[in-house]
Design a protein around this ligand. Structure first.
Ligand SMILES: [Zn+2]
Length: 77
């Protein structure tokens, strides 16, 4: 099973993954405000991070489904 290696946060407005960071390797804290490098709008880091985590969870869920189906289990949607 392929777990995503890293969480890609996306701008909630345009979906860009590029943000204007004060320096390379900057780690935003919980309620940091990040400006999108593409559309210039402000995202709250905790919001876009939660969103990214939700996306990853559904991806893992889907992969689990496929594995169980292949193994002959009946999975309900
Ligand atoms: Zn944007």
């Amino acid at each position: 099973m392929n777990f995503p290696k890293q969480i890609n946060v996306e701008c909630v407005f345009c979906g860009s993954t590029e943000f204007l960071l004060p320096y390379e390797g900057f780690q935003p804290s919980e309620n940091e405000l990040l400006q999108c490098a593409n559309c210039g709008r402000i995202n709250c880091y905790s919001d876009i991070r939660d969103l990214a985590i939700r996306n990853i969870n559904s991806e893992i869920h889907e992969q689990l489904h496929k594995i169980l189906k292949k193994a002959g289990f009946k999975v309900k949607k």
